[in-house]
Write a protein that binds this ligand. Structure first.
Ligand code: 5GP
Length: 182
């Protein structure tokens, strides 16, 4: 019986973004956010479950008072319009400087819906920070104030992103073998 090691997982084709590049990017985003939000009333809002890995690293790179809150929405279905909120925020965001922390933005449809919901609650400001940006797939034009790493149009896993619930704990971003995709 062999031991599992992600580097030898037959489903994984290769590393698209390394642990080191992710760490550098997260720290640079944190530095920019720290500079931009000084003196503001920052609330980080994250979408479960994928976003929590990025959030956990990002919030420790932001040297400011802030709060964390979470939402959950119905899972990935390409081309879907409005998505269902399955868990709402616990706290009010009225008057807060809200920064939505996303793992990845693909078509942008999910985020577009989320922003319209949050905007109705009268935050003082509303901005977006994503670690990975599949911008060639964008269907709606969204202002992304903080965008980490542009990636090509491939289905990716790791660093929060899953395949049927697995692989979120990979410390890097990986592509899948074609056979697995089918
Ligand atoms: P969008 O509405 O922007 O098309 O989709 C956003 C959501 O789809 C992300 O929050 C993520 O959950 C999922 N998603 C988009 N691209 C990928 C991908 O390459 N891999 C995984 N695992 N999920 C993805």
């Amino acid at each position: 019986m062999g031991f599992y090691h992600s580097m030898h997982d037959p489903a994984i084709e290769g590393i698209l973004v390394s642990t080191e590049v992710i760490a550098d990017t997260v720290s640079e985003l944190g530095r920019r956010i720290t500079a931009d939000y000084a003196g503001k009333n920052l609330a980080l809002v994250t979408v479960l479950r994928g976003g929590v890995i990025f959030l956990a690293d990002l919030c420790r790179e932001i040297d400011l008072p802030l709060s964390l809150d979470f939402m959950a929405i119905s899972s990935y279905s390409p081309g879907a319009g409005a998505v269902r909120i399955t868990k709402d925020l616990d706290d009010s965001i009225t008057g807060r400087d809200v920064l939505v922390v996303e793992d990845i933005i693909d078509t942008g449809l999910t985020l577009n819906y989320l922003l319209s919901v949050l905007r109705q609650r009268d935050p003082a400001s509303l901005a977006v920070c994503t670690l990975f940006d599949k911008d060639v797939r964008r269907l709606v034009d969204l202002p992304i104030e903080y965008s980490g790493i542009r990636i090509p149009d491939r289905f990716v896993i790791g660093y929060g992103l899953d395949l049927m619930g697995r692989y979120r704990n990979l410390p890097f971003l990986a592509t899948l073998r074609e056979e697995v995709m089918e």
